[in-house]
Design a protein around this ligand. Structure first.
Ligand code: HEC
Length: 126
């Protein structure tokens, strides 16, 4: 296992390490790191939709994950879908990139939990 990880890391650098960590477990600190690395430039470090990439010329605002009212309109499956396949998969803006080729399923699942923590909401059921 270690051998495989170091080989991967050599091939693709730091990203592979993050990915390997993500598959092993979904511990909160690691998820936080994944979020900061991949999502915060648009969604903000605290998920308020105010990352440094966002200027007034941004055509749509990245979702504010602390807005429980908005986040309650989405099921966990909706979030998973939009994170894996990007905005257009959910009839949303292509400004929201697809992450299915970058993140593992386990990382996406833990990101869903992370967003639920930020909104302090359970989301739409079903
Ligand atoms: C390049 C900027 C950018 C990055 C990076 C980004 N997003 Fe987004 N995201 C957006 C924008 C813009 C929207 C709003 C799309 C819309 O409303 O049409 C959005 C919307 C969303 C939504 C809400 C979709 C909905 O149906 O309301 C979720 C969930 C989401 N992003 C999760 C993530 C996660 C998790 C990451 C990190 C893996 C991430 N985003 C990284 C720009 C980004």
């Amino acid at each position: 296992m270690m051998k495989k990880i170091s080989k991967l890391a050599l091939l693709t650098g730091g990203l592979a390490i993050l990915a390997a960590i993500g598959t092993q477990s979904a511990r909160a600190a690691e998820t936080e790191q994944v979020f900061q690395f991949y999502c915060s430039q648009c969604h903000g470090l605290e998920g308020k939709g105010d990352g440094p990439n966002v200027t007034k010329d941004f055509p749509v605002s990245p979702r504010n994950f602390t807005n429980a009212e908005e986040m309650n309109k989405l099921t966990d499956a909706d979030i998973r879908n939009v994170v894996l396949d990007g905005g257009p998969a959910a009839s949303k803006s292509p400004m929201m990139p697809p992450w299915g080729k970058t993140l593992t399923e386990a990382q996406v699942d833990s990101l869903v939990k992370h967003l639920r923590m930020l909104c302090k909401c359970k989301g739409k059921q079903g």
